[in-house]
Design a protein around this ligand. Sequence first.
Ligand code: A2P
Length: 257
Amino acid sequence: MAESFVLSTGSRIPSVGLGVWQIQPDAANDAIYAAVKAGYRHIDCAAAYNNEEEIHGPIRIKKGTSTMTPENFLPTDIPATWAAMEKLYDSGKARAIGVSNFSCKKLHDLLAVARVPPAVNQVECHPVWQQDKLRKLCQSNGVHLSAFSPLGSPGSPWINGPSVLKNPIVVSVADKLQKTPAQVALRWGIQMGHSVLPKSANESRIKENIDIFGWSIPEDLMAKFSEIKQVRLLTAEFVVHPQAGYNTLEDFWDGEI
Ligand code: A2P
C-alpha cells in the first residue's frame, strides 16, 4: 500500500500526516518534533487552530484576524479567493493548492470555475462518517481527499456523537488483526484511498499512528465497515452566522448533514 498518494499536480502527499488541530501551542513543537523523528513528512496546520498564523474552509474572515468569531466573519467569495490561490500556484509559492470542508456542491461549483482545479479537499472522514458521495466526486475529478479527525477526535469539545475507536466493528477488526482500533481506523482510510491526519501530542501514539504499513485489512473485513451507521461528528455550529453568509448548518454543509 502506498505511503504516499500522487496529486493531480504530480506532487506526492504522504498518506499519514500529523493533525495539529487542538494541540496546545506550547505542545505543538514537541509533537511535531516527535512526528518528524517517527517518519512523518506531512503536518496539517492552520491559523484557525490557534497554533499558527494562515486560512481554512469555506469561510472568510477580516484581514489581519485569525479567529472564526462572528465579529471577524465576512461573506465568502469562493471564486475570488480561489483566483488568489491560483496566483500562488502560478508563482510557484505553493506546489499544490486545495480546499477544506467543501461539500459536494461547493466542490462541484468550484470545479466549474477553477482554472487550476483543487488538488485536495480536506474533510472530516473516518469509519463513522465515510463521505461516500464526496469520495466518488473527488475520485472522478482527480481531487485527493484528506481526512481530518480520522479517529473521530475523542474528547474534543466540538465533537458530538458515537465513538469511532469504540465502534464494535472497528474493535472487532482490531482484535482479529491484533492491531489497535486507532490503527484499524487509519488503515481503513488509506485503503479507501485517502490520506489521514491523526492528531496526537503523545509520542507513543504518534508512533502507533504511523505504524500502519506492511499489513492490511482483508477485503472481507473492509466490507464490514459499510454496516456502520453514518454520523457527521464535527457539525461546526460556530460557522453559522448571517455575517458569514450561512444562516443554518444545512446552508454551510449544503444539506450533507
Ligand atoms: P492524544 O493527543 O493524547 O494522543 P483525531 O485525530 O481524530 O482528531 O483524534 C485525536 C484524539 O485522539 C486526541 O485526543 C488524541 O489524544 C487521541 N489519539 C491519538 N492517537 C490515538 C491512538 N493511537 N489511540 C487512542 N487515542 C488516540
